[in-house]
Design a binder for this molecule. Structure first.
Ligand code: GDP
Ligand code: MG
Length: 175
């Protein structure tokens, strides 16, 4: 888009999950098509945007990143306010980050809107040799909890766009 187009919708999406799972890099891949090898931990920037056309509507995705507040319950309710979608990220090479997903779902259920669309993301899929979370476990958990699911690599870019687009399409379906 050229920036002069009429925007039909602005959809707020929050990215959550444990520290170091790749939230900031996923966001950077989706909004700038970049991966930053020497990134410091997130500082300050509240959100990034990308405008795209979904089902012939111009949708501006406003995607919020936690500024290093990933400790359980440290993310404030202001962060979730007005969010229509959530990317809940774990690292396929770190079992603990998957074990914490249930807590993040609980957090969303208590702080976010009831109709929030949640996409579970297993990131770092490029590190297949180090995999600690079988895909089937995540699929099963996602089905139980009514979440959408995808495995991504912010490094290679695999599935990042498609995961965001699926999320935005679902949000569009419910607004
Ligand atoms: P955050 O704390 O969840 O925001 O995590 P970051 O985006 O800062 O990433 C944490 C670390 O994981 C950094 O060293 C990234 O370079 C690395 N990383 C992020 N995404 C990927 C990925 O898809 N593949 C690999 N191999 N490394 C990744
Ligand atoms: Mg970060």
């Amino acid at each position: 888009t050229n920036g002069h187009e009429k925007i039909d919708y602005v959809f707020k999406v929050v990215v959550i999950g444990d520290s170091a799972v790749g939230k900031t890099q996923i966001l950077s891949r989706f909004t700038k098509n970049e991966f930053c090898f020497d990134s410091k931990s997130t500082i300050g920037v509240e959100f990034q945007t990308r405008t795209l056309t979904i089902q012939s509507k111009v949708i501006k995705a406003q995607i919020w990143d936690t500024a290093g507040q990933e400790r359980y319950r440290a993310v404030t309710s202001a962060y979730y306010r007005g969010a229509l979608g959530a990317m809940l990220v774990y690292d396929i090479t770190k079992r603990q980050t998957f074990d914490h997903v249930a807590r993040w779902v609980e957090e969303l259920r208590s702080h976010a809107d009831n109709s929030i669309v949640i996409m579970l993301i297993g990131n770092k899929a490029d590190l297949a040799d180090l995999r600690a979370v079988p895909t089937e476990h995540a699929v099963e958990f996602a089905e139980e909890q009514g979440l959408f699911f995808s495995e991504t690599s912010a490094l290679s870019g695999d599935n990042v766009d498609s995961a965001f687009i699926r999320l935005l399409e679902q949000i569009y379906g419910v607004v």
